[in-house]
Design a protein around this ligand. Structure first.
Ligand SMILES: *Cc1c(COP(=O)(O)O)cnc(C)c1O
Length: 377
């Protein structure tokens, strides 16, 4: 269960369940990120991508704040996520399932009031047949593959789809969409290629609103925005554009407690495999989170945590449940059992940690494990 405690508890590191790590989620920063994206794309609207439990932040709290901010379009990946989300939202909000309409799930979809993103003719036919059997129209979104080869109508199905749209009135298309493969890289030629393809599709299937931009796409320029932007990571404070200053406010911080402190002489090996050897006498602290909590093993002997602005390098391999850091830069006795160090926060952004772990902010966020307490402010 996710619990909520006050900000003062967060600042002292005390917590109600004795959890040894705490993810703090700043819901007002999340709200401001939504406002900023809305202002950037206006008069287009901003949907929220809340798949994977709102990128690990907790879909219930996130959806509540965003719907209070006026968000009425929510995207998830799976029908099961949509079913969980639907009752949390106002009636006039819409929930879309990006991964499409799975065989046998049509009734669950209609009864749950969920809107499928149709990705192929096969999915179209089943949705249309469901509408016919119910004797009314059913809403859907059409997704087109514009060059990512992942989801959406492939180019060779477009003639059949155009024909179906002319002759079959059972499916009501709310808008058409596609997804960018390289939106975080403004210099990639693929962005312009996908935009050109999206424009061809918008002409071929005239009269529908379009949805194209994810977080990165919002910052690629007006041409990419369509009528409905679909940011995920930018809402949660991740950088939309690789290598550029991040216009979003950080939302997530992570603090982990110290479970043991020791001083070791020069030549001492640290951790599994003994891959790290202390060059001189060192003070080490072991903190209570490891790869089972989503701190990747690729951080072994790389990267750092912080304490009051002081960098504490990770030494040796990341274990399942713990990481050892060199705290020699702090005056002796500064860290004791129960002290909390910063893994994500003012001194270390998501992107910093992701870079050291040779991954991306998305993977860091969605991996933060259930053993961390979640606190909302
Ligand atoms: C995940 C996803 C998004 C959100 O992407 P971000 O890069 O997090 O903004 C938007 N559209 C689709 C189709 C997605 O799968």
């Amino acid at each position: 269960m996710v619990s909520t405690v006050s900000v003062s508890d967060a600042s002292t590191g005390a917590n109600v369940h004795g959890a040894t790590g705490c993810v703090t989620i700043d819901l007002s920063a999340l709200g401001r990120n939504y406002d900023r994206l809305a202002a950037t794309v206006a008069p287009a609207r901003v949907a929220a991508v809340v798949k994977a439990n709102a990128y690990g932040l907790g879909i219930e709290r996130v959806a509540k704040i965003l719907s209070r901010k006026g968000c009425r379009h929510f995207f998830v990946a799976h029908l099961s996520e949509a079913m969980d989300l639907r009752p949390m939202l106002p009636r006039d909000a819409q929930v879309f399932v990006l991964n499409g309409l799975q065989p046998g799930r049509e009734t669950a979809c209609t009864e749950g009031g969920i809107i499928p993103v149709l990705n192929s003719m096969e999915q179209w036919r089943r949705w249309s047949a469901t509408a016919r059997s119910l004797n009314h129209t059913l809403p859907a979104v059409l997704q087109f593959d514009t060059g990512m080869s992942r989801l959406g109508f492939p180019p060779d199905e477009r003639p059949a789809l155009a024909e179906a749209l002319r002759t079959d009135g059972h499916v009501e298309i709310l808008f058409i969409m596609s997804h960018l493969a390289c939106a975080d890289e403004p210099d990639s030629d693929q962005n312009g290629e996908q935009l050109a393809e999206m424009r061809r599709i918008a002409v071929e299937f005239g009269g529908f609103d379009t949805s194209f931009a994810n977080s990165g796409g919002v910052f690629l320029g007006d041409g990419y925005r369509g009528a409905l932007a679909r940011p995920g990571i930018a809402l949660y404070g991740g950088a939309p554009t690789t290598g550029a200053p991040n216009p979003m406010e950080p939302v997530v911080s992570l603090d982990v407690s110290v479970v043991q402190v020791r001083t070791v002489p020069a030549g001492t090996k640290v951790g599994y495999g003994g891959i790290h050897v202390a060059k001189r006498q060192a003070r080490l602290a072991t903190i209570a989170a490891g790869y089972a909590d989503g701190l990747p093993r690729s951080l072994s002997d790389r990267g750092a945590v912080y304490y009051e602005g002081v960098r504490l390098p990770i030494v040796g391999r990341v274990s399942m449940d713990s990481i050892t850091v060199d705290v020699s830069a702090l005056p002796e006795g500064t860290l004791t059992l129960g002290s909390f160090v910063e893994v994500l926060g003012p001194n270390q952004t998501l992107e910093d940690l992701a870079r050291d772990a040779a991954t991306i902010s998305y993977e860091i966020l969605t991996s933060l494990g259930p053993r961390f307490q979640r606190r909302y402010r």
